[in-house]
Design a protein around this ligand. Structure first.
Ligand SMILES: Cc1cc2nc3c(=O)[nH]c(=O)nc-3n(C[C@H](O)[C@H](O)[C@H](O)COP(=O)(O)OP(=O)(O)OC[C@H]3O[C@@H](n4cnc5c(N)ncnc54)[C@H](O)[C@@H]3O)c2cc1C
Ligand code: FES
Length: 261
């Protein structure tokens, strides 16, 4: 599972977002939408602690792409790595998204890097669909052109009103429900936990319980050994819930599995 990934390029995508391409043919061969790699960042002092990143894209030449935002010392160190450096990549890890059926229209609801985490899903979907992408400000709206090129209709929302609808991305949902009441929709979510919980509750009330949410919780080992990454899922017990390890049982869960209490 641990494989070398040689950096081909590592450039600024936009503002604090970077796009890094690794040569990692073995991982590319089996990657499914929504899976992630756990990266040992070559120049990081405490590099024993890996950092998880969704796989944004893979191609037939063995090029694996990650899009990441610099938020702390790990991602800062990653942004300094030049082509030719080799990182240890563990993956592909995690349960993937289920592809939509041929007669379903995918609706992806994403926040921040959530568009990167769902880009393979958009590419492999039998039919193009809709991307609802939300962020605090327009500097956090990434990959909108790439989704449009994949045939997706892109609708954006920002909390500061700098692009698209002013407000939260989940507030774009009523219009989608209204416009597509005679269509088969299948929902996918990836983004901040608060957004996913709000999305999951809406999907449950609208009977889209087969919608799927990628719960990208903080992770440590990445392989089910440490329990750093647990979230609450429904369970048939006294409490009505149990802990699930997002690295093993997730990060993708059905909306109907998640405990919203
Ligand atoms: C399955 C999975 C897939 C991910 N995919 C991507 C991706 O494609 N692109 C991307 O930019 N990031 C992604 N992340 C988040 C990424 O792993 C963290 O941003 C990164 O580990 C931060 O490392 P750091 O050392 O730079 O920051 P740290 O110093 O560890 O943390 C800096 C800040 O970021 C917060 N933070 C760290 N991890 C997370 C997290 N998982 N969720 C929310 N806040 C966090 C910390 O609480 C802290 O406030 C993913 C996380 C998971 C679990
Ligand atoms: S990160 Fe260690 S169990 Fe999930």
């Amino acid at each position: 599972m641990e494989r070398p990934g040689t950096i081909i390029s590592n450039d600024i995508l936009q503002d604090d977002y970077y796009i890094v391409k690794f040569h990692a043919p073995e991982i590319c061969k089996t990657t499914m939408p929504g899976q992630f790699v756990h990266v040992k960042i070559a120049n990081l002092r405490d590099r024993i602690l890996r950092r998880p990143f969704s796989i944004c894209n893979v191609d037939n030449d063995g090029v694996l792409t990650i899009v990441y935002k610099v938020v702390g010392k790990g991602t800062e160190a990653l942004s300094q790595l030049k082509s030719g450096i080799v990182c240890d990549l563990m993956g592909p890890l995690g349960n993937p998204f289920t592809l939509p059926k041929a007669d379903e229209i995918p609706v992806i609801v994403a926040g921040g890097y959530g568009s990167a985490a769902t880009y393979i899903l958009a590419q492999r979907s039998p039919k193009p669909g809709i991307l609802l992408l939300g962020a605090r400000s327009k500097t956090d709206l990434i990959l909108t052109d790439e989704f449009a090129q994949a045939g997706f209709e892109v609708r954006t929302a920002t909390e500061d009103g700098s692009q698209g609808y002013t407000g939260r991305v989940t507030e774009l949902l009523p219009e989608v429900f209204e416009q597509h009441k005679n269509d088969k929709l299948r929902f996918y979510g990836c983004g901040p936990t608060g957004m996913l919980m709000a999305l999951g509750k809406i999907l449950m009330t609208k009977n889209y319980s087969n919608g799927e949410l990628s719960l990208d919780h903080l992770m440590c080992c990445g392989v089910g050994a440490c329990f750093a990454c647990v979230v609450k899922v429904k369970a048939d017990n006294e409490d009505g819930w149990r802990y699930a390890r997002t690295c093993k049982e997730g990060p993708v869960f059905k909306a109907s599995e998640v405990y919203y209490g």
